[in-house]
Design a protein around this ligand. Structure first.
Ligand code: ZN
Length: 241
């Protein structure tokens, strides 16, 4: 394990798993309305959420990240891992699947593994993807979902806005003292951009995704905003693209 991955894994204080699924398997969903997946094409039938990634050190590190993301976006979604062997993915749904939470984020085990071992900053990409999905939960639970989707033929603005929020979160993470290299998430995001301009699940081009994430990151580094202001700034940006 290299030093950067260890950095992501450190912070081993054991937090209560309030956000995590409380049982080994907790959910079966027939369909996922108003759900946003990282790569589109989500088949959401019979998804089971798991509490653990299979690695207890990684679980603790992710749990810490979840708590920071929930605080940063002022939300409390449920979170779990799921079997994404039919296509690496992560998603957020407005549905509540875990008691005492609101909305749900699920992270695919294979995506997790893929990102962690893709490069030395893979842990940062995991944090960025989680923040992107938490950004969707914030959108669902505010006016931003309708503002970013009304009269839009695709999810592009919604997705780019979530990228902006993810960048903002990573800026805050840097301010908390994390030694991070934003390129780790930049590369990951860039590779997930697409040019399917007419597809309903179009997420924005690689350049657009990278650009808005970096703008959000810059704002996060100022640590001088509340999430509502941040989201408005991000919305104004994506409408100009
Ligand atoms: Zn998304």
């Amino acid at each position: 394990m290299n030093s950067n991955r260890r950095k992501f894994l450190k912070g081993t204080a054991l937090f209560s798993a309030a956000l995590l699924c409380g049982h080994h398997t907790c959910v079966r969903a027939k369909d996922v309305p108003r759900a946003c997946s990282l790569r589109g094409g989500l088949q959401a039938n019979d998804i089971k959420l798991f509490r653990t990634s299979g690695n207890s050190d990684l679980d603790r590190s992710i749990n810490l990240e979840l708590i920071h993301a929930a605080e940063s976006f002022n939300i409390l979604p449920g979170f779990g891992f799921y079997d994404d062997s039919d296509g690496k993915n992560a998603f957020a749904t407005a549905e509540t699947w875990i008691p005492n939470t609101k909305g749900t984020v699920a992270f695919g085990i294979e995506l997790l593994s893929d990102e962690l071992f893709s490069n030395e900053w893979g842990g940062l990409a995991v944090a960025g993807i989680m923040a992107h999905e938490f950004g969707h939960i914030f959108q669902y639970q505010s006016d931003f979902y309708s503002l970013l989707t009304q009269s839009q033929p695709t999810d592009r603005l919604l997705e780019l806005h979530a990228d902006y929020l993810a960048g903002y979160y990573l800026g805050l993470k840097r301010l908390r003292g994390g030694e991070i290299d934003i390129k780790g998430f930049l590369d990951s995001l860039y590779l997930k951009g697409d040019t399917h301009f007419n597809s309903p699940s179009h997420h924005g081009t690689p350049i657009e995704r990278a650009k808005v994430m970096l703008e959000g990151y810059k704002l996060g580094l100022t640590n001088n905003n509340n999430i509502q202001q941040v989201a408005e700034t991000g919305m104004n940006l994506v409408f100009t693209l």
